[in-house]
Design a protein. Structure first.
Length: 262
């Protein structure tokens, strides 16, 4: 019960920080307008090609990409804790720092799900892609799995880069481009050679996007396996994050390198 209380309070603390950046009005009129425009841009490329199938492929891929994009912002979130000087306090507490760090930024999963789902529903309507509500509910659930998996990957990447704060923004952007390139967002996975497809299979977004594409066309039963694989990928990255933060905290305690100045 104490652990659940810590997780809940860490989540609300992170959510309150987020409300200092966005209100619901600024979120809708700034961020949401931006992501709808981003998805529409790629869908228009498909329309210019005169191929409805290509339009749907680009629309769905870039909408679901938003869930992974927001989740990857966790890379910077971990460094903020060190910059604020709170990491030594977390390491000194009775709860594992990885639990607090993961829970504190988990609002990004909700944000990513809302951003991607909303952009998909709006652009699907604008471009005449049928997405009736029972099917849309399954798609939204699958997008939430993608957002959670990408968030776990972002937390791990942020933990690995705690000692390299100057390159974290670069790594975040490179990570997003990698996901966009390898995970089947704009280019079908079959286009790539086998080694690259194997790498893509253990990245967040890849399997979840496959599941969403199947669910959009009504093949929700076929979507279950890639959705389960996406969840396993996220669990794997989260497990690695726990091990990495444990090692970093132990090393920091030995060498006194947990403070924000280190």
């Amino acid at each position: 019960m104490n652990l659940l209380l810590i997780i809940r309070r860490a989540f609300w603390l992170g959510a309150r920080d987020y409300t200092a950046i966005f209100t619901w009005k600024t979120w809708l009129t700034n961020w949401f307008v931006r992501v709808v425009a981003q998805v529409s841009f790629f869908a228009l490329i498909g329309r210019m090609l005169g191929d409805p199938g290509q339009t749907q492929f680009l629309l769905v891929g870039n909408a679901v990409l938003l869930a992974a994009m927001v989740g990857m912002y966790a890379v910077n979130m971990v460094s903020w804790e060190r910059n604020a000087g709170t990491l030594p306090l977390l390491a000194a507490g009775p709860t594992h720092p990885a639990v607090v760090l993961t829970a504190r930024g988990s609002y990004l999963i909700l944000d990513g799900t809302l951003s991607a789902s909303g952009a998909l529903l709006v652009t699907a309507h604008l471009f005449g892609m049928p997405l009736p509500w029972p099917r849309a509910a399954i798609v939204i659930a699958l997008i939430a799995v993608v957002a959670a998996s990408a968030y776990c990957f972002g937390i791990l990447a942020g933990s690995l880069l705690l000692g390299f704060r100057s390159i974290q923004t670069i790594v975040t952007n490179v990570g997003l481009v990698t996901l966009m390139t390898l995970c089947g967002v704009n280019v079908p996975l079959d286009f790539y050679p086998e080694p690259m497809r194997w790498v893509a299979s253990v990245l967040p977004l890849t399997n979840g996007l496959v599941a969403v594409r199947l669910a959009v066309t009504g093949q929700w039963q076929a979507a279950l396996f890639p959705a389960a694989w996406e969840a396993l990928v996220g669990i794997g990255w989260l497990t690695l994050c726990l091990l990495m933060v444990t090692a970093l905290v132990r090393r920091g305690r030995r060498h006194g390198t947990l403070d924000y100045a280190s």
